[in-house]
Design a protein around this ligand. Structure first.
Ligand SMILES: *[C@@H]1O[C@H](CO)[C@@H](O)[C@H](O)[C@H]1NC(C)=O
Length: 240
């Protein structure tokens, strides 16, 4: 009777003690990521294990949804049909990188997913308190666009995404110099990719929409447009 009463308290106390100290298990993963259906997601992840003097040379990493294995550090390990050939763990587990990728995202891929690490010469842990949920949406948002008119027209077209390994592709309905840049995000997962179109305008280019079409990994597309106006040019004294 007395033991039964004390046992849960001891377990809770033991767990509380094992959280948060630098000598212990810890993990950094986003808790919620919005993902476009059909596209891919790179889920960044860092973890730490309790210090040890033992020599470690074996590392086994797994991502799971409940008891279902969805990704592992052994490419040869058989996954269920649901996740077969759709996932990859590409970071170095040795250096604390537990990042993974999911391709061809389905509406059923919401998770929650958790990481499990096994160090057979030391300890193992499942990070059940730090799960990742995916918010799968079907329709991509239109791009954010800008246009500036000086002696040249400069139009930009920007989208966010979570698939930096296969960033979106851009096309414009107008000739000109094109340049695409991706920006590594502060939050580590929501990337911003911008395409910039620059051209010297002709009279016929004004007040006509410049259209940007964005194709995401998985082939879904979105469009936006901007209209360069002549008035700005007149102001700069170029085309009176
Ligand atoms: C983790 O590994 C992935 C895949 O190799 C890499 O893209 C990412 O930059 C690594 N993260 C860190 C913090 O080193």
């Amino acid at each position: 009777m007395e033991l039964k009463l004390w046992l849960p308290i001891l377990i809770v106390f033991g767990m509380a003690e094992s959280l948060g100290t630098s000598k212990d298990w810890s993990i950094k993963v986003p808790s919620k990521i919005p993902v476009l259906q059909g596209s891919c997601v790179d889920i960044p992840c860092r973890y730490k294990y309790p210090k040890t003097k033992k020599i470690l040379n074996r590392w086994r990493g797994f991502w799971k949804r409940g008891n279902t294995l969805v990704a592992s550090s052994f490419p040869s390990l058989k996954l269920t049909d649901e996740f077969h050939k759709r996932t990859r763990m590409s970071g170095y587990l040795q250096s604390g990188n537990c990042s993974w990728q999911l391709f061809g995202v389905r509406t059923t891929d919401t998770g929650p997913f958790h990481f499990r690490i096994e160090l057979p010469q030391h300890k193992s842990n499942s990070f059940l308190k730090n799960m990742v949920t995916l918010n799968v949406f079907r329709v991509p948002a239109p791009p954010i666009m800008t246009v500036a008119v000086q002696d040249k027209v400069t139009a930009t077209c920007t989208v966010t995404h979570v698939c930096p390994s296969s960033p979106p592709k851009f096309s414009w309905n107008h000739y000109g110099k094109r340049e695409t840049k991706s920006k590594k995000p502060a939050n580590k997962w929501l990337w911003k990719t911008t395409s910039t179109l620059t051209f010297t305008p002709e009279e016929s280019d004004f007040n006509k929409p410049i259209i940007c079409t964005v194709t995401f990994f998985g082939r879904k597309t979105t469009k936006g447009s901007v209209i360069p106006s002549r008035r700005r040019v007149t102001k700069y004294g170029v085309n009176i």
